[in-house]
Design a protein around this ligand. Structure first.
Ligand code: MN
Length: 210
């Protein structure tokens, strides 16, 4: 486990920054106004969507195999992974073969969020996202391009696994069982590219002659 003093220790330990173009987490990023979220489509050994929330200076992260749903009845497994640096929200490209998370990363959606985690519905008070994470329940209101409105993260520990949370759409005006943006809107919100286009451009296929 990463030491409390450096929340990015585990992130750094897993990566060789001489080989991967991912940020090492030394620079602060001032492009955003308010806590940010990002959802990165990551075609690694298996395709998944990395859901990340800015909390206390790092990106709390979950790998969501099916990506977020806009249907409140759909519960999506969200496997907690190591904290990532804030600049990771702007990372799009190819992680070289042999490196941790090797594959292609696309910024599928991004924006700011509001914390709407409440201790109860009787107005006992608000919880910070960090407190909510400790208690196993967080609710945020996302302002993305594709994904908007309330989402809940619930520490369900499926299969007895500590790392297993659920990502569920909250019931609000943005809930829509007919939408399926994960499949109908595959392009990057940063560059408009598809994951295939990113893979092609940054990792030109070398012609094997054998
Ligand atoms: Mn990933």
């Amino acid at each position: 486990m990463a030491a409390k003093s450096d929340p990015l220790a585990e992130y750094r330990k897993k990566r060789d920054f001489r080989r991967t173009g991912e940020p090492c987490g030394d620079a602060a990023d001032g492009r955003w106004d308010g806590p940010i979220f990002v959802i990165q489509k990551h075609r690694a050994s298996s395709l998944h969507y990395d859901f990340r929330l800015e909390v206390d200076g790092v990106l709390k992260s979950w790998a969501v195999p099916k990506g977020p749903s806009t249907d409140p009845r759909e519960k999506r497994l969200a496997v907690m992974t190591e904290d990532h640096p804030l600049e990771y929200a702007g990372f799009e490209g190819v992680i070289p073969e042999g490196e941790y998370g090797a594959g292609t990363v696309l910024v599928w959606d991004a924006g700011v969020y509001r914390n709407v985690t409440y201790e109860d519905r009787e107005g006992k008070g608000e919880q910070s996202v960090a407190e909510g994470l400790e208690h196993g329940f967080v609710e945020v209101c996302l302002e993305g391009e594709k994904i908007k409105g309330r989402y809940r993260l619930i520490h369900a520990k499926l299969g007895g696994q500590e790392k297993n949370w659920l990502l569920v759409k909250g019931r609000d005006d943005h809930a829509d069982a007919r939408r399926n943006p994960v499949s109908t809107e595959p392009e990057s919100v940063l560059s408009g590219r598809t994951i295939e286009q990113i893979a092609e451009k940054e990792d030109p296929v070398e012609e094997d002659e054998d």
